[in-house]
Design a binder for this molecule. Structure first.
Ligand SMILES: *Cc1c(COP(=O)(O)O)cnc(C)c1O
Length: 467
């Protein structure tokens, strides 16, 4: 399988190089040069398969040339063996029409584990084949940091430096990162905001000498391998509900557009999807883009759903590329305009291409809390605020009652205990798989938000590319 950039001027790469590169050299994002197609018979043949076997079938075409089927199976068995539920991503029925797809049974309680557990193993496998060492640098406001650290802790030839804003992540989130004491894990509390931490990381990636010397790599959802791993659960869920003989709609709590884009890929591959419902909180750039063609950046409002508090939705570029006729050079111009003015209009082709499959909704804090109560009162299910944003959008989407609507449950309710308790009066307990994180030793550095100080700290501890 060959991968091309959304901005049309970076070299095409194979799966191995796309995984290690993350972002394309022209600033674009990588996508397969064409979508693999599953026939009705191929989808029927997924019936009864386990999550791991479904994953092998769905991902085999994407990894062709880099991993054979046996290698892929070995990695999936290992990645998904760490989930606490035997079905990996089980479903729960809420009422006649509505279902939850629980994606939070991984080690750090958010759906990011589904992709990052596999990505950690892919890094290790691909690095073992070459003479290079990788340094992952990231900034986190919570979920991504712990999932990435868990995925690479103790692995050979990779170090991870994770920056979080001091005092601005929850105790659970901080301890999920800082109690991991593997020698290749470095947590840094930055005296500043998340934006300060993110700005430091961006500057490192734009510093060719530093980025080159330490072979910096990113683990955010611009990495194609993450999206690929998320396609699997759309197939797994749809097949359980009767696909390909039954169409299914999905509602997806959305921030960076990675999760819902994986649903789009599933549809392109042949899965009969009735609708993809993009649910945003009041940070609604995607809702405005899909409803009115207005993709313009506002300022971020902090909400009870912090993983969806975004200003720019990186993976939306992948959709614009695919529905807009795959003209990389034209998209590069459009994105340059957006980067200069922080606003752009979607073209007619982009709007029409998106509207056949996508709808969207903006869910405020009241509607979110109401959805938590609705699920709890109607079926006894305790859901997290992100999931509730998805469920509220699912219920107001007006989908034909004959069509099942699956809401992606993206975090375990215990990760956001206060908001859940406010809505239901019930305080969710932390699952025992988190262990005694409140008793364990924490290790992290506290640094000021000065570029020279942070890079000096990393340079002293990181391994150079060929080291
Ligand atoms: C990351 C995250 C999201 C948003 O997913 P995207 O792929 O960025 O759209 C939603 N909910 C939770 C709990 C998350 O951690």
């Amino acid at each position: 399988m060959e991968y091309v950039s959304t901005r049309g001027s970076a070299p095409a790469l194979d799966f191995e190089n796309v995984t290690l590169a993350g972002l394309a050299k022209d600033g674009g994002l990588y996508l397969p040069s064409e979508w693999p197609r599953f026939s009705r018979e191929d989808i029927l043949a997924l019936r009864g398969l386990s999550y791991v076997e479904t994953a092998v079938r769905v991902m085999t075409p994407f990894v062709a040339g880099a991993l054979d089927e046996a290698e892929l199976r070995e990695l999936c068995t290992s990645a998904y063996g760490r989930f606490s539920h035997q079905a990996v991503t089980p479903m729960v029925q809420l009422d006649h029409q509505h279902w939850l797809l629980e994606l939070f049974h991984g080690p750090t309680l958010a759906f990011k584990d589904v992709a990052l557990q596999l990505l950690g193993l892919l890094f290790e496998r691909f690095l073992s084949r070459r003479d290079t060492h990788l340094t992952i640098v990231g900034a986190t406001s919570g979920d991504t940091g712990s999932a990435a650290i868990d995925a690479v802790a103790g692995r050979a030839k990779v170090d991870i430096f994770m920056l979080h804003p001091e005092g601005r992540v929850s105790d659970v989130q901080r301890r999920q990162m800082t109690t991991v004491l593997s020698p290749n894990v470095y947590n840094i509390a930055i005296q500043g905001s998340f934006d300060d931490a993110q700005a430091l990381v961006k500057r490192m990636f734009n510093d060719p000498e530093f980025a080159g010397k330490f072979n910096l790599s990113a683990v955010n959802s611009i990495n194609w391998a993450r999206l690929m791993a998320q396609i699997v659960y759309y197939f797994y869920a749809a097949v359980r509900l009767g696909s390909p003989n039954q169409k299914i709609a999905f509602a997806v709590p959305t921030g960076n557009f990675g999760d819902v884009f994986a649903g789009y890929v599933a549809e392109r591959m042949g899965l009969p999807i009735e609708r993809l419902i993009v649910a945003t909180n009041v940070n609604d750039i995607l809702h405005r883009a899909l409803a009115d063609g207005d993709y313009s950046q506002g300022s971020v409002t902090a909400t009870a759903t912090p993983s969806m508090d975004i200003q720019v939705s990186s993976n939306f570029e992948r959709l614009l590329f695919d529905v807009g006729g795959r003209d990389g050079l034209a998209l590069a111009e459009q994105m340059k305009g957006f980067e200069a003015t922080k606003a752009m209009r979607l073209t007619n082709a982009q709007r029409e291409g998106a509207s056949s499959l996508f709808s969207s909704a903006r869910i405020d804090g009241d509607a979110m809390a109401q959805a938590i109560r609705w699920a709890y009162d109607g079926s006894g299910e305790v859901i997290d605020p992100h999931t509730a944003v998805g469920l509220a959008a699912a219920r107001e989407a007006g989908i034909d009652p004959a069509i099942p609507v699956v809401t992606l449950a993206t975090a375990h309710p215990s990760k956001f205990r206060d908001a859940v308790e406010r809505a239901t009066g019930v305080r969710p307990t932390l699952p025992s798989r988190l262990g005694n994180i409140f008793d364990r030793e924490e290790r992290y550095a506290k640094l000021s938000a000065h570029y020279a100080e942070v890079t000096a700290y990393i340079a002293e501890r990181a391994t150079p590319r060929n080291g």
